[in-house]
Design a protein around this ligand. Structure first.
Ligand code: FE2
Length: 273
């Protein structure tokens, strides 16, 4: 067992679980180095096709660069144009280093222990949040973007750098996963929209900061409202996140994220050497 019974119960109760020192330093270094290599490659191959990614402005979402990235490894640049906001969204299946990281560091054991019958790895992101540049990620639930019936998505978020309240650590509302999800991001062909079920804000006065030392894993229930601030510090805040759904549920065809038939969702079994 990776998790104790108490930790499994805590995750069910709070909707999140913070596991310090979960990822060894050498694996973190490997991830950071590989991301830097991808960054360099993306600059060469994609320099004329960059998409500005802003989570406070959904305008990027209608861009095919974003919509077609569900089965690719693409760079998404900040407004300033010269720094990456993130790399996404299928490194976990297409890149040997990220694939290995996702599949042999204990995430699969955790997925089983929290009750996922048939885990499917659907989305990976390497998130930069550069000092003074990386922006806020507004309050949301991951279920709104990665919808299944019934709800099943779980986020595996890894601090590559130390994350603090100054450089944009995660915040969450304890127990907030029991609130009804307030919106859903849907795709129809090449256009997207947000269906709003409840326009009221989440009770963000109840939010708690989840500061994280490097190597900390934070599990996030798909219905847990979470937020991270802009990086207002001088220090970087790189992070990696993997989203996993239960293949025993029904993946919504209205999700923005789509896969080529050649690259179906896979589980935690090794896929690349
Ligand atoms: Fe999220």
């Amino acid at each position: 067992m990776v998790l104790s019974a108490a930790q499994v119960a805590d995750f069910a109760e709070q909707g999140f679980l913070v596991l310090p020192d979960f990822i060894p330093a050498d694996r973190l270094a490997e991830l950071r180095a590989r991301a830097a290599e991808l960054d360099a490659q993306l600059r060469v191959t994609d320099a004329d096709e960059v998409t500005v990614f802003s989570t406070t402005d959904q305008s990027h979402a209608d861009d095919s660069w974003f919509l077609e990235s569900g089965d690719k490894v693409r760079g998404f640049f900040e407004d300033s144009g010269d720094q990456l906001n993130k790399i996404g969204h299928a490194m976990h299946d297409l890149d040997p280093v990220f694939s290995g990281f996702c599949r042999d560091t204990g995430f699969g054991d955790i997925a089983a222990e929290i009750g996922m019958d048939d885990p499917a790895l659907v989305q990976s992101m390497y998130i930069y949040k550069h000092p003074g540049v990386g922006g806020e990620v507004t309050w949301h639930t991951d279920h709104s973007f990665l919808w299944t019936e019934p709800r099943s998505v779980v986020g595996f978020w890894v601090a590559v750098d130390e994350a603090t309240t100054e450089n944009g650590c995660m915040w969450a509302i304890p127990g907030g996963h029991r609130l009804p999800v307030k919106s859903r991001f849907v795709r129809d062909g090449d256009s997207t929209s947000t269906e709003v079920f409840d326009p009221d804000e989440y009770p963000i006065d109840q939010a708690v900061a989840l500061p994280a030392t490097p190597g900390t894993l934070i599990l996030l229930d798909g219905a847990l409202p979470h937020w991270s601030d802009a990086n207002r510090s001088e220090r970087p805040r790189q992070a990696f996140t993997l989203h996993v759904v239960d293949g025993a549920t029904e993946w919504s065809e209205r999700n923005w994220l789509r896969r080529s038939p050649d690259l179906p969702f896979r589980g935690f079994e090794p896929v690349l050497s």
